[in-house]
Design a protein around this ligand. Sequence first.
Ligand code: IMP
Length: 197
Amino acid sequence: MKQRLIVATRNAHKVEEIRAILSACEVLDLSAVSDPPEVEETGTTFLENATLKAVAISCLTDALVLSDDSGLEVDSLGGEPGVYSSRYAGEDGNDSLNNEKLLRELSGRNERTARFRCVMVLARSGEVLAHFSGAVEGRILQIARGEGGFGYDPLFAPEGYEMSFAELGEEIKNGMSHRSRALEGVAEWLGQPRETD
Ligand code: IMP
């Protein structure tokens, strides 16, 4: 029987990517939990926020819970937007406003190296079992390109590529992304093979 795993996020793109990568598990979204609370991300690190989400949701179910806190770190912006990636353009912002703000902040700058970082926490019944991390290096493009993925994908070209994650498509992204690298640790911890194994 497949290992059941509830992903503690309202971001359907994250769930979709985790489901594609961790295909040996039955990956469920938050609809598997009744009345899940909006967990406030009050931490200042990915690990703190991932822990808050995994612990809060795992108190409401007997199932294993996996959280994902992730973001983009841009070197010439001192690591911003980092843990504030989803709220970069403000609480009422969205992916395209975040991308516009990032391009404004970087206008005229040649130094455009960046990385996506992902921290995942596995928890059961309010207890943290383990945590994992992954990163992918790359650079921020001059303009948004491509329709795939989500968030900053249209602006991020991974090292060794000219195209953005949004242009490269889900298979290539999932083969190298920060999320897939964190999930290597999760799969190993669960004793599960991954699709790519
Ligand atoms: P979180 O929900 O607080 O973890 O915020 C994650 C935010 O980081 C997203 O809203 C995106 O802005 C950004 N992000 C994380 N992972 C990715 C990715 O795989 N592609 C593009 N943007 C990402």
